[in-house]
Design a protein around this ligand. Structure first.
Ligand code: NDP
Ligand code: 8X3
Length: 253
């Protein structure tokens, strides 16, 4: 895995940013993506100055295949052919409504980002891993991809799809020596709830009241652990929860 690039989607906050920081601390070069260019630039400058790694930033919306492809193929061939790990992390929940009250635009955002976005980016990167006959893809699912909870309907469906696609990728990419891992985290305090509740800070904060949630660093360390196993080892699927959370709906507060 050394002297190679780690490609991380959704690096402007939360899990993606923490993961970028951890790989940089360990000397890896990075390709960081997200829509908020200024945040990516600040992060890249910080990592380059602290750790002397190379950092490429790409600003694009994972929902649009043409933009993904144009952005990714703008990288130098020497960078593209040297990607060892793809972390498909960009994603979001929008709204919490019963199925009959769901908003079409929220459904589109979740399905297009969480499922189609992951497919779009993977389609652009897999050919380079295939020709190298080595690579590792980590897909960030959720406990919402293992269970379904009230008013979580479409988010849960999108993460169940990430779980299924991860299994399908593992089968289809087996012959190219490309490892595929899936991580299903429980509640973690990032910008996730702020996005879900459309900027309502008090609703977002209330999600984490009364218990200690996971931190972004916990997921970064999990991703790093999975991708630093010896080449004959693949961790297929990993559920990681706060100690105070037994299932998507059962908390000890
Ligand atoms: P954050 O909101 O902190 O980060 C989400 C990241 O996704 C941001 O960097 C954002 O970047 C990026 N993103 C969102 N939409 C798009 C888009 N259309 N195109 C490109 N990038 C996009 O949340 P988390 O770090 O918590 O979430 C990361 C992943 O973890 C998500 O897939 C989420 O579903 C999953 N997850 C989160 C859990 C939690 O409790 N926090 C638990 C289980 C799973 P930008 O806005 O700059 O584009
Ligand atoms: C985020 C965790 O429980 O809000 O995927 O779905 S949850």
């Amino acid at each position: 895995m050394t002297n190679s690039y780690i490609f991380i989607t959704g690096a402007t906050s939360g899990f993606g940013e923490a993961t970028a920081r951890l790989y940089a601390q360990n000397g890896f070069d990075l390709i960081l993506t997200g829509r908020r260019k200024e945040r990516l630039q600040i992060l890249a400058d910080d990592l380059v100055s602290k750790h002397s790694v190379k950092v490429e930033i790409l600003t694009f919306d994972v929902r649009d295949f043409a933009t993904c492809e144009a952005s990714i193929t703008s990288l130098n061939q020497s960078v593209l052919s040297n990607i060892s790990v793809l972390v498909n992390n960009a994603g979001l929940a929008v709204g919490r409504n019963t199925i009959d009250d769901g908003l079409l635009e929220d459904w589109d955002r979740m399905i297009d980002t969480n499922l189609k976005g992951l497919l779009n980016v993977s389609k652009c990167i897999i050919p380079y891993m295939k020709s190298n006959k080595i690579g590792h893809i980590i897909n960030i699912g959720s406990i919402a991809g293992k269970e379904v909870y009230p008013e979580g309907n479409v988010y849960c469906a999108s993460k169940h799809a990430v779980n299924a696609i991860s299994q399908a990728m593992r089968i289809d990419l087996l012959k190219y020596n490309i490892r595929v891992g899936h991580i299903a985290p429980g509640a973690a305090e990032t910008e996730f709830s702020l996005v879900r509740f459309k900027g309502d800070e008090s609703k977002a904060k209330a999600v984490y009241n009364g218990f200690t949630p996971l931190q972004a660093q916990d997921i970064a360390e999990t991703i790093y652990f999975m991708t630093s196993r010896p080449s004959h080892v693949n961790i297929n699927d990993l559920v990681i929860m706060p100690t105070a959370q037994a299932s998507s709906q059962i908390f000890h507060k």
